[in-house]
Ligand binder design. Structure first.
Ligand SMILES: *Cc1c(COP(=O)(O)O)cnc(C)c1O
Length: 380
């Protein structure tokens, strides 16, 4: 099955109880048992719910994996992965990563005795210097947020296997339409389903997909024990969102390209970051592991001008200044004061996140309107 068919049918079948074509919202906490210990696979909705079940199967199908697990948010999904670890274990992570992940690592899990190393991952000599027998997880975001750097997934998987640790990949920015990390040897793929999977900025959710049965069992044990599950209504919304993932992503990519070209040629703009540009430092990696270059575009104003950046994000009219990404509507953000404010300035700038950086989530509106909007805000 190809992706356009999988998003609609993958892992799904008509509702066995009623024949409903669309998965019903099973808004129930509990299920009748005719006799103690006898039930139809469902006992209590923290453990298992038919709507969530359908979504988990669908997610597994579109990520080319066997097992899907959904959580109340992307952070709850990462939290579940970290609970696989024990005190004393170590994690090597990309330095340029989602601010909330950085916060969870350094401010929540470090105090439980887990050690995190942040590094530039395409230089594998740096990884070699950090890895030791305590390293249990390699954590990768590609493309990264907000600098849109890419990590070579083949190489990262090879490194993780060689050192006997798990490779987890945050695939939020690419979505399963553009990239399937399990195909390159990753052990766990993670999504903030809040973004492209939901696709309409109306639900917060996280997801994991894995291939290994034992790993799936451990994660299910954590999901059920810690209980950070999503509700059935949210599962329904994400199932509905996924049905148009392929169409939306095509338009996000087309619009991303047009906006990137416009900004790349504008004299007030410096340093464009979009992996589809031939002069992007990781363009070759992008071509080797992604099926398109996505709708996330970051850029600096010329001369690193913070006031110019502030002016642009304050004067856009079609774009909205807001956190988040991946919805049908275009958003712009200022990472230094918004999504990445949790990362100390020094740490941020090491990864290129200057105060003049603007991040765009290009929606699926008409590209001409998006470009005209950016033009008026830049030239005001
Ligand atoms: C938003 C985001 C997260 C966190 O997901 P939530 O659903 O907001 O908890 C993690 N990683 C990336 C790359 C994100 O964009």
């Amino acid at each position: 099955m190809k992706i356009g068919t999988k998003v609609i049918h993958g892992g799904l079948s008509p509702d066995p109880a009623t024949g409903a074509i669309m998965t019903p919202i099973y808004q129930t906490t509990t299920y009748h048992q005719p006799r103690p210990g006898e039930h139809q696979g469902y006992e209590y909705s923290r453990s298992k719910n038919p709507t969530r079940d359908a979504l988990e199967k669908n997610l597994a199908a579109i990520e080319n994996g066997k097992y899907g697990l959904c959580f109340g948010s992307g952070m709850a999904a990462i939290d579940a992965i970290l609970k696989l670890l024990n005190p004393g274990d170590e994690v090597i992570s990309t330095g340029d990563l989602y601010g909330g992940s950085y916060r969870l690592f350094t401010q929540v899990f470090e105090k439980f005795g887990i050690k995190f190393h942040f590094t530039e991952m395409n230089d594998f000599s740096k990884l070699d210097a950090l890895v030791n027998e305590k390293t249990k997880l390699v954590w990768v975001e590609t493309p990264t947020n907000p600098m849109l750097n890419l990590i070579d997934l083949n190489k990262a998987a090879h490194f993780a296997k060689k050192h006997n640790c798990l490779l987890g990949v945050d695939n939020t920015f690419a979505s399963p339409y553009l990239q399937n990390p399990l195909d390159f040897g990753a052990d766990i793929v993670m999504h903030s389903a809040t973004k492209y999977l939901g696709g309409h900025s109306d639900v917060v959710m996280g997801a994991l997909v894995v291939n290994d049965e034992k790993l799936a069992e451990k994660l299910y044990f954590i999901q059920n024990s810690s209980g950070a599950i999503c509700g059935p209504m949210d599962a329904f919304l994400v199932l509905r969102g996924i049905k148009t993932l392929h169409i939306r992503m095509q338009r996000h990519c087309e619009n991303g390209e047009k906006v990137a070209e416009f900004l790349n040629n504008h004299s007030a703009i410096d340093n464009m970051y979009w992996p589809g540009l031939v002069n992007h430092p990781n363009h070759e990696i992008a071509k080797s592991q992604m099926r398109g270059f996505g709708g996330m575009v970051s850029f600096n104003t010329i001369d690193d001008n913070y006031d110019a950046a502030k002016k642009i994000v304050s004067n856009v009219k079609v774009f909205s200044l807001a956190e988040s990404l991946g919805g049908v509507e275009s958003l712009c953000g200022h990472p230094a004061s918004m999504t990445h404010a949790a990362i100390p300035k020094e740490e941020r700038e090491k990864n290129g996140i200057k105060d003049s950086l603007i991040r765009l989530s290009i929606g699926i509106e008409d590209a001409e309107d998006l470009i005209a909007d950016l033009k008026q805000a830049i030239e005001l």
